[in-house]
Design a protein around this ligand. Structure first.
Ligand SMILES: Cc1cc2nc3c(=O)[nH]c(=O)nc-3n(C[C@H](O)[C@H](O)[C@H](O)COP(=O)(O)OP(=O)(O)OC[C@H]3O[C@@H](n4cnc5c(N)ncnc54)[C@H](O)[C@@H]3O)c2cc1C
Length: 434
């Protein structure tokens, strides 16, 4: 049995470890964070994420019961029913059904990232065993040989070097600023997009719509998203609201990390523009005013890779294809990578093509299709519907705009939203079954 090291125990790394274990690999995770292994509860970092039905299917197929993600006492995720789009003034443009409401076999989840991640990590601890999830271990460098790889780590807390780790197969799942990717390909040069995203969480005493809806409003140069991420609160008629505001900033105002605090004053004016919109009775500005901590994240863009095939090393999730945050694809594509990696491993072992065969098949399955998601997200993904509506209604009087939205919403739904959704990668299993 090949010894496989997954570098990074985030959402993609945990899903990959579970998929590889299921496929017969002897897997060990090294994760940079320093947390007691006995407490599979990661720090409450990050805010909301959406995980699409296709990825939820991968996780339930890996044996994680849906209730683990959904029950208020566990993952507390909402079963998302729809994504609705409004203009900056608050005119309804269109709505798309998602998850179960769209006929999928599993729901789309709107979740707190830390809780969703904790569910995956707990499953890794249960299935692999505590000794196979090594925390406080930051990857620093690798040496790649014909039939093995040597990985170097340091203690994250003290920076003390750890004994080198020899393995047959290494998977870099260490996120957006992947050191494994850098070790393989050099630094690259992420480009600042001219945009920042501000995010926050607040509590509201009422639900919006059916309590399971993602809402967006605005245009290309400023758009606001909000959605509920607590099933427990929804059941009590309340709304744990995860919101985000994406705006133009000529100069990177902050860092590319989930922990840079920002102030309401930085975004007050832009939020005011969306005052015609109400979510659970509150305007975007009122939601932000109820928010204790606002995080500002500068958006950088990276080109798609030409291959994920580095012999006995590969990349997965944000490390392989960092995505701009449109269309809820980050966690979804990382989990679909994990599925493809598990299938490729199983096939390669059955065919006797070994780790190199596995990496080649995985790269063939996922590199090109995820590269297309990177490109599609540069064009705002499904959120592009806000841009198109704003451009096509430019200069119209308010009443004319309202009428235009009512008349053209269906067309924009088909031409922009559905076109984007239809272009997204299919799951490996769905392709095989076809
Ligand atoms: C703290 C945090 C908060 C986030 N919050 C949000 C959010 O609110 N909304 C959202 O949409 N997305 C968020 N994301 C990103 C989102 O989780 C990913 O886009 C998506 O899940 C893809 O998963 P991934 O496994 O590729 O990357 P990630 O989920 O980012 O996981 C990467 C993992 O690798 C670890 N790691 C990094 N460097 C090293 C190293 N040198 N050695 C070992 N381990 C390393 C990290 O600690 C992390 O656990 C967040 C990511 C992080 C790390």
């Amino acid at each position: 049995m090949a010894k496989t090291v997954v570098v990074g125990g985030g959402i993609g790394g945990c899903a990959a470890a579970l998929a590889l274990h299921r496929a017969g690999a002897d897997v060990i995770i090294y994760e940079a964070w320093n947390l007691p292994q006995a407490a599979p509860e990661l720090k409450e970092l990050g805010a909301g994420i959406n995980v699409q039905a296709v990825a939820v299917s991968v996780l339930t197929d890996l044996g994680i019961p849906l209730e683990k993600f959904h029950a208020p006492s566990e993952g507390d995720a909402i079963f998302t029913s729809a994504v609705e789009y409004f203009t900056a003034e608050g005119f309804f443009i269109s709505s798309e059904k998602v998850g179960l409401a769209a006929g999928a076999s599993q729901p789309q989840l709107s979740a707190h990232r830390a809780k969703f991640h904790s569910t995956l990590l707990a499953e890794c601890l249960r299935v692999l065993g505590q000794e196979k999830v090594i925390l406080n271990s930051r990857f620093t460098q690798l040496e790649s040989f014909e039939d093995h790889v040597i990985l170097h780590f340091e203690k994250t807390t003290t920076k003390d070097p750890m004994p080198p780790v020899r393995c047959d197969f290494a998977v870099g799942a260490d996120g957006l600023k992947s050191r494994v990717c850098r070790a393989l390909l050099g630094d690259g040069a992420p480009r600042y997009t001219g945009r920042m995203i501000y995010r926050g969480l607040c509590e509201v005493e009422a639900i919006h719509a059916d309590g399971c809806t993602v809402s967006l409003c605005g245009h290309e140069n400023g758009n606001f998203i909000c959605y509920p991420i607590s099933e427990g609160m929804r059941e009590k008629g309340q709304f744990l609201c995860n919101w985000g505001l994406c705006v133009l900033r000529t100069h990177p105002g902050g860092e590319e990390k989930w922990t840079s605090e920002a102030t309401l004053e930085e975004i007050r004016e832009e939020l005011e523009e969306f005052g015609g919109n109400r979510f659970a009775g509150l305007t975007p500005l009122q939601l932000a005013e109820r928010t204790e901590k606002i995080i500002g994240w500068s958006l950088f863009d990276r080109d798609p890779l030409e291959s994920f095939d580095f012999g006995s090393v590969t990349l997965l999730g944000d490390a392989a294809h960092p995505l701009l945050p449109y269309g809820s694809q980050g966690a979804t594509q990382a989990i679909m990578d994990a599925e493809a990696l598990g299938v490729s491993y199983q096939n390669a072992m059955a065919k006797g093509t070994g780790i190199r065969g596995c990496v080649k098949e995985y790269s063939d399955l996922r590199c090109e299709v995820t590269g297309k998601v990177v490109i599609a997200n540069r064009d705002m993904g499904s959120t592009a519907v806000l841009r198109v509506a704003a451009v096509e209604t430019q200069g119209m009087a308010v009443d004319e705009k309202r009428t235009w939205c009512a008349e053209h919403g269906k067309r924009l739904h088909d031409e922009v939203i559905q076109k984007y959704r239809a272009s997204m990668p299919k799951s490996v299993r769905a392709v095989a079954e076809r």
